[in-house]
Design a protein around this ligand. Structure first.
Ligand code: NAP
Length: 278
């Protein structure tokens, strides 16, 4: 009897996760004898679920709300997960449960795809937001050598805490500072939930950005946010949230199934269709 390698996404709730569609596409494309399932696990059951991951037939897992902090505490995290303070990908390595945070490579992979060459031109960036996604974005920018990152957040103290976490390249700021920061920024990142379906748009004037700036939005519902539409009208290059979601999944798949999968236009279209009908 065949014994397929299996991975899962663990969350509560998790039944609307798009990860099975995404990993299922790659499993089929690469002809892998594998499976990717949804596991709805309550916070109080997470630790015992994780302890029995191998017994349940899993080689690893994605972890989503509300388990990202617990996943970090219950595993051996790499530098990215430890610095960000959250893990979203787990894998078993000769009996040891290891973890990483793949939102970093998701964010950078999407930028590389949407705006090739951005790294060479970007010394100053503005990141809107100081939540979990912003931590991954800031970590990625620092890894790529960006030396000045203005972190703008409604709750200023959370932006200020980024300086303690990530060091002197972070410059915490208030929303009211934004007009003075944009004229020097080669990259603007939305890492808030603003612009998401049902949420207010971002109050920002993109005419203040340099003509060669890049605008990145990590929100992917809708696919083209108001910010991305405004950036396109302004003639700026953009990076979208769906590409981040797809690129963040690459590493987990490689760790679990042994093949580094490709983010194809076909995969993008598959997930885009799913989002558009939501
Ligand atoms: P989070 O930790 O809850 O952080 C939310 C951020 O948005 C905080 O900085 C918050 O500011 C800010 N915010 C919320 N409402 C606001 C408002 N009305 N005005 C100003 N700021 C507001 O959430 P997260 O995990 O970072 O996720 C943020 C977004 O990223 C979500 O839309 C999520 O779906 C998306 N995301 C996308 C990907 C991807 O792969 N594309 C990956 C991860 C997350 P305060 O600190 O002041 O509350």
């Amino acid at each position: 009897m065949s014994n397929p390698r299996a991975a899962c996404v663990i969350g509560w709730p998790a039944k609307h996760s798009r990860s099975p569609k995404l990993h299922g596409y790659w499993i089929k494309r690469y002809g892998i004898d594998g499976d990717y399932r949804i596991e709805e696990v309550r916070a109080e059951d997470f630790s015992s679920f994780i302890a029995s991951l191998a017994l349940r037939g899993y080689v690893g897992a994605n972890v989503t709300m509300p388990h990202k902090d617990a996943a970090l505490a219950l595993s051996e995290p790499d530098t990215r997960a430890r610095t960000i303070g959250a893990a979203n990908t787990l894998w078993l390595d000769k009996g040891t449960l290891r973890s990483t945070n793949t939102d970093v490579e998701g964010f950078i992979g999407a930028l590389d795809a949407g705006a090739p060459g951005w790294r060479e031109r970007t010394d100053t960036a503005v990141v809107l937001g100081a939540g979990g996604a912003a931590r991954a974005a800031v970590h990625g920018l620092i890894e790529c050598g960006v030396t000045a990152i203005h972190v703008v957040n409604r709750t200023y103290e959370k932006a200020a805490s980024f300086r303690d976490r990530f060091g002197p390249s972070v410059r915490p700021a208030h929303w009211s500072d934004l007009p003075h920061l944009l004229d020097n920024a080669k990259l603007l990142v939305n890492a808030t939930s603003l612009g998401m379906k049902g949420q207010p748009e971002i109050p920002i004037d993109l005419s203040l950005l340099p003509d060669d700036a890049v605008v990145s939005d990590i929100v992917y519902v809708p696919l083209k946010t108001g910010l991305l539409a405004a950036a396109e009208r302004r003639g700026l290059r953009t990076s979208n949230g769906l590409n981040m979601l797809l690129h963040q999944a690459v590493r987990g798949f490689e760790l679990w199934f042994g093949i580094r999968p490709e983010v194809t236009p076909e995969l993008f279209a598959l997930l885009a269709a799913d989002i558009e009908k939501a």
